[in-house]
Design a protein around this ligand. Structure first.
Ligand SMILES: [Zn+2]
Length: 410
């Protein structure tokens, strides 16, 4: 490991920052403070394809339940760009000579952070995880693949002068690193763990969205990513952390689990998600939304405004979709189980034989006959999957439900 005195570190940080900042533009981010955008990144940022990220909400429809969660992929991408630079800088400050980190590496990793989500579709993960699979009856389309195609499209469309080797590395870095071991250049492999770490999931993408999402939703966040960034070191070509920071890493994943439980899979969010999936599935027959998913020249025109387009359209063919979106606006939502009466179900990735009938009786005046293979459902998607696996709907016979039914509630 290279020498790392306080003086060296101070000098290295300040001199590099000085050089970068003279030729950079500055923006203020509400999570990280001042962010300095270098000239190469600005060539990508000032394009309509990147600016489109302003119209993609980071958390899809979560803002319908948590009103503050209206932050966009644009600010998240700038955040990941900044943290990617800070991470390489922190490593360089202590091991720069030993590892041979140069300016080219730093700009490449930062660019990968900036562009890692440029291929996301409307409503972010909902598009690839639920909307496309329902429209196409299964789909392996991924936003990472589209990000790669979109990067090439932006370079061609805007005649950006960028080194082909750099571009190749940027595109490799946005895929989870473990999938690249047999294809990518082995030189400085640790650089591929910074934006999307497929080996252990600890990367600056997560650092940014954990802090940004919790803040937007008004949740507390004890996770201190700066503590990890300051002490990360490269050993055996892999980024490592001090053993005494294990609690900080635990907080990273426990906060993420909290976000999944309380925000991403909130029952009302899931209900609204399902309604939008159905609305877009119907609309696709007329609008052919899915026909643009292979072609960046068309895909960049798709964003969250598709919901408003359908809602305000007078086309007869969109009536069913329009009615569903109106129901979302008027809070006439699908009924989805509100909570699970089985904490153990959340203790592992997969359910351990939850009492389905009990869960569903609690939730509403109906219960559902489920298919046989429900034990395989993932915990994080349980409410959605329960709904999806319904084969028949019947009124529940319990006293509480009978009272609700008699009083005219759904
Ligand atoms: Zn991201």
């Amino acid at each position: 490991m290279g020498a790392c005195t306080n003086d060296d570190e101070q000098w290295s940080f300040s001199s590099a920052s000085f050089v970068d900042r003279r030729s950079s533009k500055q923006v203020y981010d509400n999570v990280h403070g001042n962010i300095y955008l270098d000239p190469l990144s600005l060539k990508f940022i000032d394009t309509e394809q990147f600016q489109r990220l302003r119209d993609l909400k980071q958390l899809g429809l979560v803002h319908m339940v948590y009103p503050g969660a209206s932050h966009s992929r644009f600010e998240h991408s700038l955040g990941v760009y900044w943290l990617a630079g800070e991470a390489v800088h922190a490593i360089k400050a202590c091991q720069g000579l030993e590892l041979g980190i140069d300016r080219f590496d730093m700009e490449t990793v930062k660019l990968a952070g900036l562009l890692h989500d440029v291929g996301h579709g409307p409503f972010s993960h909902l598009f690839e995880k639920a909307i496309l699979p329902q429209i196409l009856h299964g789909s392996n389309w991924s936003h990472e693949d589209m990000s790669v195609r979109m990067i090439d499209y932006i370079v061609d469309e805007h005649n950006i002068d960028v080194d082909s080797q750099r571009l190749k590395k940027v595109k490799e870095m946005i895929f989870p690193s473990k999938h690249l071991s047999h294809t990518c250049v082995k030189d400085k492999k640790f650089l591929y763990d910074i934006v999307a770490n497929g080996r252990n999931g600890i990367d600056v993408d997560k650092f940014d969205y954990i802090v940004r999402d919790t803040r937007a939703c008004g949740m507390g966040c004890n996770f201190q990513f700066r503590r990890l960034m300051e002490s990360m070191r490269v050993i055996g070509d892999e980024i490592c952390y001090r053993a005494k920071d294990n609690l900080t890493i635990h907080k990273l994943f426990s906060t993420r689990a909290d976000l999944h439980r309380t925000v991403y899979t909130h029952a009302k969010v899931k209900a609204i998600d399902l309604m939008l999936v159905d609305a877009l599935t119907e609309a696709d027959k007329f609008l052919k939304i899915s026909s643009s998913i292979q072609e960046p020249a068309e895909f960049w025109k798709l964003d969250d405004s598709i919901m408003k387009t359908i809602e305000t359209s007078s086309d007869h063919e969109l009536k069913e979709s329009r009615d569903l979106i109106r129901r979302i606006r008027r809070r006439d939502l699908y009924r989805v189980p509100r909570y699970v009466d089985n904490p153990q179900a959340f203790s592992t990735n997969r359910f351990r034989r939850p009492d389905w009938l009990k869960i569903l009786c609690i939730c509403c005046c109906y219960y559902y006959l489920l298919l046989q293979h429900t034990n395989d459902l993932f915990a994080c998607n349980n409410l959605l999957e329960v709904w999806r696996h319904c084969t028949e709907r019947r009124r529940c016979g319990c006293e509480q439900c009978q009272d609700r039914f008699d009083s005219g509630k759904k």
